[in-house]
Design a protein around this ligand. Structure first.
Ligand code: SAM
Length: 211
C-alpha cells in the first residue's frame, strides 16, 4: 500500500470514524446486511479500520496498515494486527471466516487480497465481502468523489458480477448476496431491512465458501 494512503487514514482516523455517527441509518442498514452473513467461529476482518463493523459483529481479529485506525479498533475489543491484506501473516486454514468491508476498492492488489483471504480460511470457511456496487447510484457517487481525492490515484470500484467471476477464478463457491441502500445518495432517511440479491442497493454483501 502506498505511504500516502496509510498517512491519510493515520491522520483522518477520527473524522473517518465520526462519519458513522453522522449517518446512523446508513451504518445500521449496512450492519443489518452483514449480520445476515457472519458465521460463528474465529474471524478476521482485513482492513478493519476503527472496528466499526468488527466490534458489533464480534469479529475477533482485525488487520490494517494504519496504526491510528487500529488503536480505536483495539479499544473496541478487537485483537489487532498491523499489516496488509496482500500478505497476511497467518498460516493456511486459520479462520472460520474472513471479512472485507469497504476496503477492496482501495487496496493495491485486490486479486491478491482475495486470494489471501481465501488461503487463510479453513475448508468450508466463508469469505464475506461488503462493497459499494460500482453500477449503483452510490457506487457512481463515491467513484466520482474518490477520483477527485489526491489520495486515491487509481480507485477501482467493482460490480458484484466482477467479484463473482473472481470467486470462480480462485475456487470459491458463491453462496449468497444481500443488499441495502435502496434510497439514493448522499444520505438515507431511514434504516433499511436487508434484501436478498444485488442490482438494486448501493451496498452489497457477497458470501462465498471455500471448497
Ligand atoms: C474505507 S476504510 C474501511 C474500514 C472498515 N472496514 C470500515 O468499513 O469501517 C479502508 C481501510 O482499509 C485499510 N487498508 C488500505 N489498504 C489496505 C491493504 N492493502 N490491506 C489491508 N487494509 C488496507 C485502510 O487503512 C483503512 O483502514
Amino acid at each position: 500500500m502506498s505511504e500516502e494512503k496509510v498517512e491519510y487514514y493515520d491522520q483522518n482516523w477520527r473524522e473517518y470514524d465520526e462519519w458513522y455517527d453522522r449517518h446512523p441509518a446508513i451504518y445500521q442498514s449496512e450492519l443489518n446486511v452483514l449480520k445476515k452473513t457472519i458465521p460463528s467461529g474465529a474471524g478476521l476482518e482485513i482492513g478493519v479500520g476503527t472496528g466499526r463493523f468488527a466490534s458489533p459483529l464480534s469479529v475477533e481479529f482485525g488487520l490494517d496498515p494504519s496504526f491510528n485506525m487500529l488503536k480505536l479498533s483495539e479499544q473496541r475489543g478487537v485483537t489487532v494486527i498491523r499489516g496488509v491484506g496482500e500478505n497476511l501473516p497467518f498460516k493456511n486454514e486459520s479462520f472460520n471466516f474472513t471479512l472485507i468491508v469497504l476496503t477492496i476498492w482501495l487496496v493495491d492488489n485486490p486479486l491478491r487480497v482475495l486470494k489471501e483471504a481465501a488461503r487463510v480460511l479453513k475448508k468450508r470457511g466463508a469469505l464475506i465481502l461488503g462493497l459499494l456496487d460500482r453500477e449503483s447510484s452510490w457506487g457512481k457517487f463515491y467513484e466520482r468523489k474518490a477520483a477527485k481525492s489526491p489520495f486515491y490515484k487509481c480507485p477501482h470500484f467493482f460490480s458484484p458480477k466482477e467479484i463473482l467471476q473472481i470467486f470462480r477464478d480462485i475456487s470459491m463457491e458463491f453462496k449468497a448476496a444481500f443488499q441495502t441502500l435502496l434510497q439514493p445518495p448522499p444520505d438515507v432517511k431511514y434504516e433499511e431491512e436487508p434484501m436478498r440479491g444485488y442490482g438494486q442497493g448501493g451496498f452489497v454483501v457477497l458470501k462465498a465458501i471455500k471448497k
